[in-house]
Design a protein around this ligand. Structure first.
Ligand code: FES
Length: 111
């Protein structure tokens, strides 16, 4: 019997501060960010404007800039800050225990 995977587990050291990475959690593509203040945030990796991977963009403080047309999203809330995208991205609960970071797509608070 196949069971859906709802969590991805990585080592914190795999993603240094100010970097981000695309991770698959089951069928969901996540942009996992490690901000310069040490925070961990997970948002949908696919931009809401077109089919671009946000993890290939730029991370500055708490903002991810889409590499295709420049919309910026707040990784803490999913809020979109400028055109051309107008729809926020989904955000997901992240838990850090020891050196492990977990993303739970079942606890999606925004979207
Ligand atoms: S695809 Fe992201 S702003 Fe256009």
């Amino acid at each position: 019997m196949t069971q859906a995977v709802d969590e991805a587990i990585l080592q914190c050291s795999e993603i240094p501060k100010t970097e981000m990475r695309r991770v698959m959690v089951g069928e969901v593509a996540i942009c996992l960010t490690h901000t310069e203040d040490g925070g961990w945030y997970a948002i949908d990796d696919t931009c809401t404007h077109e089919d671009c991977s946000l993890s290939e963009g730029e991370l500055s403080h708490h903002l991810v800039e889409c590499p295709c047309h420049g919309s910026r999203f707040d990784v803490r809330t999913g809020e979109v800050l400028n055109l051309p995208a107008v729809i926020p991205v989904g955000t997901y609960r992240v838990a850090v225990t020891g050196d492990q970071v977990l993303v739970d797509v079942d606890a999606k608070p925004v979207g």
